[in-house]
Design a protein around this ligand. Sequence first.
Ligand SMILES: CCCCCCCCCCCCCC(=O)CC(=O)SCCNC(=O)CCNC(=O)[C@H](O)C(C)(C)COP(=O)(O)OP(=O)(O)OC[C@H]1O[C@@H](n2cnc3c(N)ncnc32)[C@H](O)[C@@H]1OP(=O)(O)O
Ligand SMILES: NC(=O)C1=CN([C@@H]2O[C@H](COP(=O)(O)OP(=O)(O)OC[C@H]3O[C@@H](n4cnc5c(N)ncnc54)[C@H](O)[C@@H]3O)[C@@H](O)[C@H]2O)C=CC1
Length: 311
Amino acid sequence: MAQIFRTTVRSFATTSSRQNAIKTVTVIGGGLMGSGIAQVAATTGHQVVMVDQTDDILGKSKASIQKSLQRVVKKKFAEDPKGGEQFVSDILGRITTQTDSNAAVANSDLVIEAIVENIDVKKKLFSSLDKAAPQHTIFTSNTSSLPIGDIAVSTQRQDRFGGLHFFNPVPMMKLLEVVRIPATSDETFNKLSDFGKAMKKTTVDCKDTPGFIVNRLLVPYTIEAMRMVERGDASFKDVDTAMKLGAGYPMGPFELSDYVGLDTMKFILDGWAEKYPENPLFQPSALLNKYVAEGKLGAKSGEGFYNYKKK
Ligand SMILES: CCCCCCCCCCCCCC(=O)CC(=O)SCCNC(=O)CCNC(=O)[C@H](O)C(C)(C)COP(=O)(O)OP(=O)(O)OC[C@H]1O[C@@H](n2cnc3c(N)ncnc32)[C@H](O)[C@@H]1OP(=O)(O)O
Ligand SMILES: NC(=O)C1=CN([C@@H]2O[C@H](COP(=O)(O)OP(=O)(O)OC[C@H]3O[C@@H](n4cnc5c(N)ncnc54)[C@H](O)[C@@H]3O)[C@@H](O)[C@H]2O)C=CC1
């Protein structure tokens, strides 16, 4: 009897979670992260609406998704070009684009916001979406450094609000941090974790603390690497070599800094130094400030710690 009950409960739970599963996703922001999130959501069978400010930006977002998918095709469909073409067209067929974010959320089960890292801009967006989206729609932010709770207060649906923090490059990085604020309901949190698994990511549960898990550790580690160079204890190239070969990291802290963007890092660090002035780990880095002041922002500007200009 107990066995039958357990089986019934399990199959009800499966059916009920399947009925409640997230099927339609609106990704707001079609930049580096938003286009990667849209790509992976569509690859894993979700219907995606990708939103940005202009059709021109959205055209570039779709082109970058196509380029990224071609890398997958080259690997997975080396012997089957027709299959590769079908694969790309099926995925792109699940992504539509929109410049009106309110219209884009009309049929959405989940909103993932990946716009500029500015609290006022994010709050304004969510306040507007809150009036436009159906009651059941869950809202999330992909913010790297802002408290989710500070964004969620702009809505009347804090129980259906959380963080989904993806990593760059989204198609390659296996982790997804699922963040809850005190008001996030268990139902919302479970749906977000299930969605992460449906996207074939490994999820970890996070509280709404600065940097969640990964950036809370990466920021002090990277700043200390910069201080080490400032003190003249090691060259940045030797630090990178040491961390790759001695700690097994795929990139050293200076390669990673160039990859993420030195302006982004400075923005995060300055924000934390202002919000948490008592924390010595978040104090500014003179070296980082110097590079940003010189316009050396990393790979995207052609030069950071390393030179990316084609010779
Ligand atoms: C002082 C200031 C404070 C400091 C702060 C420090 C950082 C904290 C702040 C961060 C701010 C914002 C960031 C954030 O919130 C969270 C992050 O995202 S942190 C960054 C996390 N990412 C990483 O750590 C990346 C680490 N690197 C790697 O894993 C690899 O190097 C990488 C996968 C990027 C590339 O691999 P690599 O072997 O080096 O190069 P290849 O070009 O050969 O690629 C290998 C393989 O992967 C395929 N591939 C790569 N990119 C894509 C893509 N976009 N789409 C599809 N496929 C891709 C490529 O085709 C290769 O496939 P093969 O089969 O091997 O040919
Ligand atoms: N770059 C990274 O490595 C990571 C970034 N993040 C976070 O993801 C978010 C996005 O970052 P990126 O993709 O790097 O930025 P990005 O600058 O590449 O893209 C942001 C996009 O948002 C668009 N946008 C700005 N305001 C908008 C609005 N009101 N409505 C619609 N679209 C708008 C911009 O036109 C731009 O295309 C940020 O919150 C960032 O902290 C999280 C993990 C990693």
